[in-house]
Design a protein around this ligand. Structure first.
Ligand SMILES: Cc1cc2nc3c(=O)[nH]c(=O)nc-3n(C[C@H](O)[C@H](O)[C@H](O)COP(=O)(O)OP(=O)(O)OC[C@H]3O[C@@H](n4cnc5c(N)ncnc54)[C@H](O)[C@@H]3O)c2cc1C
Length: 430
């Protein structure tokens, strides 16, 4: 798998910007920190930005081992633009296409815009925001462990240095963990994930509207599972055209499907971009795990953040906006002198809905596509996005539910309770 770290909804070759500040010439970190942030991906970097912006902490250490290089990553999200990182996004589109068999609609997103930030841009934004705080540092290394020590933690870090690795121990009042320190290996099966395959295409003539992305177009083969195509134009002639399948590891044969994926994407370009004159300039292939079990919870001074903290939405694979909210809430708690362990929103209701939808997608993908069609055709763009982002008021949610066929949710639930499962599939939780 060539996991570029990009989402179905947001992938383009990354810009070049030097990513993490190496520990090369700086002295090794030692002593006591207000916080150690383990992992400098979406959550670690976002949190550092929010803490620095809030003016919190005299000594904050951000550690990343480079196992997921930022150069090849990017994140898309939608927002009203009020969040700290919105100004650092490389693009913001204000219209989306939504489509399925026999229908297609273009929706305005206002007050939202659909934004995208590359790993190097996020890294540069972080350097800029933490640049104003002297005690903030980024180092390259692997956080090995965090063990309770009084009200804080002892943190063991294996630093990556030009002349070899060296292990140091520091203490910290808080450890923000996006890497799973001390976590038990999770059972791998059954796993729900998004399996995506994208082609960067360059057409001979104008074929795309750069101001409009295609969020979900279900006019693609559904035989391997509920599937949709995403199109992100970067100019009138260039776009990423990406196909995503909701996959379940005990029933989905990824090796077999990967060879078919490209044909399906090319079929889509032929039929819906309406061109044969294009060349492929790159590929985006990867998976996004859709969380199943409970999220990691705070344990004293160790606070999970990011995907581990349940910030990736199980029915969409999006997590960036939730990570922003969580980061802002953590900074707010620390600023007020409150434990950041209480910063995570309660996602139980949304998680229950996500899992119900995933069950329908798994057991009855045809009906699932009908549910998506109802959601996407009977609601305004902002209402859809607010719902998907868990930003909708109760009234707005009820209005939206009134547009959906709810019987399949009940059937999927009953199916689960009766122990039913697809032919040949072992028992499962989803
Ligand atoms: C391929 C992919 C694309 C996605 N695209 C989007 C998107 O476009 N929009 C969206 O909203 N959501 C997206 N998501 C979902 C979610 O937002 C991302 O998974 C997000 O990156 C999660 O942030 P994180 O900080 O928890 O993990 P990561 O961003 O993966 O960060 C973890 C970091 O920890 C480092 N690390 C690992 N082990 C150690 C260690 N022991 N010590 C130090 N560092 C370590 C890694 O190098 C990495 O940088 C995507 C998910 C995937 C898998």
């Amino acid at each position: 798998m060539d996991d570029t770290g990009a989402h179905p909804l947001d992938t383009r070759p990354a810009d070049t910007h030097p990513v993490p500040t190496s520990a090369a010439s700086a002295p090794a970190p030692r002593g006591t920190f207000d916080a150690v942030i383990a992992g400098a991906g979406a959550a670690g970097l976002s949190l550092a930005c929010h803490l620095a912006n809030a003016g919190w902490g005299d000594r904050v250490l951000l550690v990343d081992d480079g196992s997921h290089p930022l150069e090849h990553r990017s994140w898309a999200w939608w927002s009203t633009g009020a969040e700290l990182l919105a100004p650092f996004a490389s693009s913001a589109v204000e219209h989306l296409w939504l489509a399925g068999e026999g229908w297609r609609r273009r929706v305005a997103l206002e007050p939202y815009a659909y934004r995208r930030i590359t790993g190097p841009q996020l890294s540069a934004a972080t350097d800029r925001l933490i640049g104003g705080r002297q005690g903030y540092r980024r180092v390259v290394g692997s956080v090995r462990s965090a063990s309770r020590d009084g009200t804080g933690c002892r943190v063991e870090i294996e630093l990556t240095e030009p002349d070899g690795n060296r292990t140091v121990e520091v203490t910290a009042r808080w450890v923000f963990d996006s890497v799973g320190l001390g976590a038990q290996a999770q059972s791998r099966s059954p796993e729900a994930y998004l399996d995506f395959y994208g082609l960067h295409v360059e057409c001979e003539t104008d074929a795309f509207d750069p101001g409009t992305a295609t969020l979900m177009d279900f006019r693609t083969d559904q035989s391997a599972g509920a599937a949709f195509v995403y199109v992100l134009p970067t100019s009138a002639r260039r776009a990423l055209v990406e196909r995503t399948v909701f996959a379940f590891s005990d029933t989905y044969d990824r090796d077999a499907e990967i060879t078919r994926h490209e044909d399906r994407v090319r079929e889509y370009v032929r039929a819906h971009v309406n061109t044969l004159d294009y060349r492929v300039t790159g590929r985006e292939i990867g998976t996004i795990a859709l969380p199943r079990g409970p999220a990691a919870t705070p344990a004293g001074p160790v606070i999970p953040i990011g995907a581990r903290a349940g910030m990736v939405k199980a029915s969409t694979g999006y997590g960036f906006e939730r990570i922003q909210r969580h980061s802002a809430a953590i900074a707010g708690c620390l600023d007020r002198g409150v434990s950041p362990g209480s910063a995570a929103r309660d996602h139980r209701w949304s998680r229950a809905l996500d899992h119900a939808l995933l069950r329908v997608i798994r057991h009855d993908p045809t009906t699932a596509v009908e549910i998506f069609a109802a959601l996407l055709t009977r609601n305004s763009g902002p209402r859809i996005l607010a719902f998907l982002d868990e930003d909708a008021s109760l009234i707005a949610q009820l209005r939206l539910f009134a547009t959906l066929p709810l019987a399949p949710f009940a059937r999927a639930h009953a199916h689960l309770l009766s122990g039913g499962r697809p032919r040949g599939a072992p028992a499962h939780r989803i």
